[in-house]
Design a protein. Structure first.
Length: 224
């Protein structure tokens, strides 16, 4: 798929620009069809984005946030994406639909979460790991081959099993918003932009894709 790339100075600039992009899309979606549906991944850069977003005067009562992925860990655990999402949004009165990773039957919980997903997402935020993973679609995991479910579980990865949206769920995005920062992302960023299926991120398909990268991730750009 085609990715539109914008390069910014540093992670703070990426977060600020991303917040403006989300705010604009949220306002337009609410005007157009009454609600903004937004799926979000974890990572440090989106925390800054959400902190900036929380200061804006948005139609929060018409915004619903879903999780693109989550670690299997207790409520309030610092490893949970939800913990930092809530902290970053502060007092913004927004509906968050958390992944049910504390349920005893995680397979059944994944199925229930899938039933809550909208037919289309207005926007899906994704990050990019140094190993090329995105959401919790991680290299070598059987989750990469799941095509009959929208939500699935991974094997343990970096200390935790994960619940994640699958490729068919990400394909429901009207727009992808990638936030990519740091020199350790140079190689996977090059592969993402090339649509290289050797990395999980390179296999994501959606209607449109917008990549915000900082200079550390984007340079040197000696790409073929």
């Amino acid at each position: 798929m085609r990715h539109d790339l914008q390069i910014l100075d540093d992670p703070d600039a990426v977060a600020t620009h991303a917040a403006a992009e989300v705010a604009n899309r949220a306002t337009a979606a609410v005007v157009d069809h009454g609600r903004f549906t937004f799926a979000v991944s974890g990572g440090h850069t989106p925390w800054k984005m959400f902190a900036a977003l929380a200061t804006r005067n948005l139609p929060w009562q018409n915004i619903t946030i879903f999780q693109a992925d989550e670690r299997v860990a207790p409520d309030g655990d610092p490893d949970r994406n939800l913990t930092h999402l809530r902290e970053s949004l502060g007092a913004a009165g927004v509906e968050i639909v958390p992944m049910p990773v504390t349920d005893a039957d995680l397979e059944a919980a994944a199925g229930r979460y899938a039933e809550l997903l909208p037919a289309r997402f207005d926007l899906v935020h994704l990050g990019l790991g140094p190993d090329g993973h995105t959401a919790s679609l991680v290299p070598g995991d059987p989750v990469l081959t799941v095509t009959d479910r929208l939500v699935a579980l991974t094997r343990p990865y970096q200390g935790h099993p994960r619940m994640t949206l699958t490729y068919p769920a990400l394909a429901r995005a009207d727009q992808l918003l990638w936030l990519i920062t740091g020199a350790d992302k140079r190689t996977p960023l090059r592969k993402l932009l090339a649509g290289d299926p050797a990395i999980p991120a390179g296999r994501v398909e959606a209607a449109r894709s917008y990549v915000l990268a900082d200079k550390d991730a984007a340079y040197p750009r000696r790409w073929s």
